[in-house]
Design a protein around this ligand. Structure first.
Ligand code: KG4
Ligand code: ZN
Length: 354
């Protein structure tokens, strides 16, 4: 087990976090001694579901409409006023630019009005540091970041210290879950739907491809897996182009098993790359929306055990997008480098290791 982070005793700092980079409008208040005072997530799911994915224009408009109310609710649930907040942290990217602009503008306006510092946070850093808030995990650690837009291995040496060890060469894992679900006629987001149907399915019925299996690097590829699911769906569909429930369950279970095998197979090479850089913390952290999947977590738990590593995954509600992670990462970066300037511009792209 890694040592638990202990902060020196001093007046508690309260951080307001704001997240608006995709389809969740979120605000939260956390303290520097790792208390979660509030965590409000307003999902726009219903606005996007008719389109089978997130529509950027709809997302931006929905963020504008919801953000003030969500921030107010987060402050209310935390039992604090803006005057008791010490730092305002907002996602500054990467993400859908319209949404990121809404969050950044709100943070700047609140900071200006209350004469408080503000900081722009990299959304991926929010995911990367969540376990420091939830479990006090110490640096360094090996991070598997699996979300809707990202799929990568990183060595985490400290806030702002990230070394990319490997990444997907095509689809992110969350994207593969979402696209597979869409082929099966399941609603967006597909990950939770697939996990649910897979529970009743036969995971060994379909033999799906596992690209790079046994190849000595830790990159991923998921586009072939998605295409194989498409062919399987076409073969099984009836005259109305429909699949039976059993077929859907078996496809979900087989897809999920193969996804888990890809992750556990790549883990060995990621550990090698991590240790070759001289890192000694035998701790794997899995973060991002896909980390909410219990089946994948169990598979990685076993693989970690076999490699002498321990596994830490945040609770599911803090794996998917939320503002508590933004508040926490904002705090860690603020201590290190101070706040952001008012001329900070929202970024659609913002790699973690830059
Ligand atoms: O981190 P996140 O909330 O947003 C991004 O930053 O992308 O991740 C969203 C992704 C979606 O692709 C969604 O299908 C996936 O996480 N996801 C899951 C589960 N819950 C969310 N994938 C597999 N199993 C789940 N239980
Ligand atoms: Zn995310």
């Amino acid at each position: 087990m890694q040592a638990i982070v202990k902060w020196a005793s001093r007046a508690t700092m309260k951080i307001l976090g704001i997240e608006s980079s995709c389809d969740e409008t979120a605000a939260a208040v956390v303290t520097d001694d790792r208390q979660l005072l509030s965590n409000v997530v307003w999902s726009q799911l219903k606005n996007h579901q008719p389109y089978g994915g997130v529509v950027p224009e709809i997302a931006a408009r929905a963020h504008v409409e919801a953000i003030d109310r969500v921030i107010e609710e987060a402050l209310k649930q935390a039992g604090v006023g803006l005057d008791q907040i010490d730092l305002i942290a907002a996602t500054g990217g990467p993400g859908l630019i319209g949404g990121v602009m809404v969050g950044v503008m709100s943070a700047k306006a609140l900071a200006l009005a209350s004469a408080k510092p503000w900081i722009a946070v990299n959304h991926l850093e929010g995911h990367a540091l969540t376990v420091r808030l939830t479990d006090g995990v110490a640096f360094p650690y090996l991070l598997l970041l699996i979300s809707g837009g990202h799929c990568q291995w990183l060595a985490v040496g400290g806030p702002g210290d990230y070394k990319l060890l490997g990444a997907t060469r095509d689809d992110a894992l969350g994207e593969a879950f979402d696209k597979t679900a869409k082929m099966l006629g399941l609603p967006y987001p597909g990950g939770p739907q697939i996990e649910m149907l897979a529970r009743e399915g036969n995971a060994d019925r379909f033999d799906l491809p596992r690209p790079f299996h046994g190849v000595a690097h830790c990159d991923f590829s998921f586009s072939g897996l998605k295409t194989a699911v498409l062919h399987t769906c076409r073969e099984l569909a009836d005259e109305n182009n429909e699949l039976s429930l059993v077929d859907k369950q078996d496809i979900c279970a087989s897809f999920q098993r193969v996804a888990a095998e890809c992750l556990t197979d790549r883990l060995g090479y990621a550990i090698m790359a991590y240790e070759n850089l001289g890192y000694k913390g035998r701790q794997l952290v899995v973060a991002g929306g896909v980390a909410a999947n219990k089946y994948l977590k169990q598979a990685l738990e076993q693989a970690c055990l076999d490699s002498g590593y321990s596994l830490c995954v945040a609770p599911p509600a803090l794996c998917t997008d939320n503002a508590a992670m933004i508040a926490w990462a904002g705090y860690e970066r603020f201590i290190q480098q101070g706040g952001s300037d008012y001329d900070f511009e929202p970024k659609a792209r913002w790699p973690l290791n830059k």
